[in-house]
Design a protein around this ligand. Sequence first.
Ligand code: SAM
Length: 327
Amino acid sequence: MEESGPLKINYLRLSVTDRCNLRCVYCTYWRDWQKLPSGEILRYEELLRLTAIAAEAGIRKVRLTGGEPLLRRGLVNFIEKLKRLPGIDQVCLTTNGVLLKELAPALFGAGLRRLNVSLDTLKRERYRRITGSDRLPAVLAGLEKATSLGFNPLKINCVVLRGLNDDEILDIARLARDHPFQVRFIELMPTASRTWWQRHFLPMAEVRQRLAVLGSLEPSIREAAAGPARIFRAPGFRGELGFISPMSQHHCGVCNRLRLSSDGALRPCLLEEKELDLKGALRQGVSDALLGHLFQKVISLKLRKSAHPITGLKAIPCDLPMVSIGG
Ligand code: SAM
């Protein structure tokens, strides 16, 4: 179990690309998305230098995300190098799983073990409607491959969408009965238009109610280490169930993460406009010490905040650039 005590900002989410091979309905940024010129995206050497500096500032865990991280060439080699950085204890990856079957063996060979796969439906036609792409079979094959290789933990992220996939909550939860997965249900955040969000938002309390038929859920002993997710085990399940409620129960008080966008902007919070342009500083040739100072500045900005701007639902920022910031 993790020690309790003052919050330590020790988790960095690195967006390695703004490109994605899906066009998910809630991630509407791609609609008027202008892909970044490749020169604007941080090179691997730059990412490694910044991560080493972040480790000096206290970062211990790095999650690779995007866009779709598996689209970026050279990722396996990058992961090998990241894993060797002093101070970095955990490297994890969040993927839509479309390219996972092909890449899983090399990722595993590079030492990656912790994998989150996004999956909002088990129905092929519905998957096509939600993501704009008929790739459900590829994702399921990727999951099977990753399971057989022994990725652990293997987490499934499911964004719950009223009227679009909420009739599958039980079926998706049962993936954790049949497999050693941690299936996590996530509340929809207002990345699309406000009316769209209001129509499809379903609070986690309702998800929990719909899962009551599974019997009583026992809190998992590892819950303290789970960050914003509340983790449970249902009777007879091989895996676990997790619930993440960024909207109905904001978790700013336990949020220990910073986000570095693919073009090098460091943010204290997904839902904040404030960011620091690390790429600009880096490419002007500033020292590691100054870059370290910039990390510390964003960390102290984060520690001063107690709640993000969506609390109270009045000032919901829509059209969040999730693809480029890294969800
Ligand atoms: N392409 C990778 C993937 O699909 O996992 C990584 C990037 S994606 C933006 C990261 C996660 O953010 C996914 O699990 C996705 O479902 C989630 N996400 C994106 N928009 C969201 C929203 N509006 N509300 C809640 N989760 C969202």
